[in-house]
Design a protein. Structure first.
Length: 248
């Protein structure tokens, strides 16, 4: 009887030494995709839950804002070109008149300076026009990396606004477990500590490693968030899945 009680006490002690934390799978590389320019959405090529590859076009917007900027840049360039042509004609005429002592050298120099200034303005206008033309490539919003679409907040015909997340993309190659640990148990973990990671729904049981301890406690629960990296060859692991972290 004493041996049985001793065995039970030892087993209870071993169980007490293992701390199990409830957590969930997260993507450590989740991006909020937005457009650089304002415009109406003309095409949406993805759906929630769909896998995408890097540089795949997610959605497209119209070019009204850029079209307006392009027209303005073209008008500015045309204006400087017309002014330069007029100054150049006058300069050639004044040079001929100067040879006949009919105008002063000062007048010719003023025209030469005006022509030089207009050449500089034309160069700036051409660069501006090219810059605007380059912006057309941003009308097709592409995936910055491969991943899965976890949220889609736009539809065809809606207005896309810069800074407003249109699509949320999670990188499935950078998955981790997020969990919270009590303040009193912080002394049981450290960066690089090996732990056991389990995802019961798909039968994953592997070794993980603590990669982050967020030094900001939850004032309501006095817990700290930790992140645990793990390896899995399964393609059926998705952000949001329930997981546990066992700490010896």
């Amino acid at each position: 009887m004493k041996k049985l009680l001793l065995l039970i006490a030892i087993s209870a002690s071993l169980i007490a030494e293992t701390l199990t934390l409830a957590g969930s799978v997260i993507s450590d590389n989740q991006k909020m995709i937005t457009s650089r320019f304002m415009g109406f959405v003309t095409q949406v090529n993805v759906s929630e839950g769909e896998r995408v590859t890097k540089d795949q076009i997610l959605y497209s917007i119209d070019s009204r804002e850029i079209d307006s900027a392009k027209r303005q840049a073209e008008l500015s360039l045309q204006m400087y070109q017309n002014q330069y042509s007029n100054v150049k004609l006058n300069l050639e005429r004044y040079k001929r008149l100067l040879a006949q002592d009919m105008v002063s050298k000062y007048e010719v120099e003023n025209l030469e300076l005006a022509a030089l200034n207009l050449q500089n303005m034309m160069s700036i206008a051409k660069a501006r026009l090219q810059e605007v033309k380059n912006q057309y490539r941003y009308l097709n919003v592409k995936a910055p990396n491969s991943g899965v679409v976890v949220a889609k907040n736009i539809k065809v015909g809606e207005m896309a606004m810069p800074g407003m997340p249109a699509i949320i993309l999670s990188d499935l190659s950078s998955l981790k477990i997020s969990a919270e640990i009590a303040e009193n148990d912080l002394n049981r973990i450290h960066h690089g500590k090996k732990v056991i990671v389990k995802i019961p729904s798909i039968g994953i049981d592997s070794i993980g490693e603590v990669t982050a301890i967020i030094p900001s406690s939850n004032p309501m629960t006095h817990t700290f968030k930790i992140k645990v990296s793990f390896k899995s060859n399964s393609k059926s692991v998705y952000p949001g899945m329930y997981a546990t972290v066992e700490i010896d």
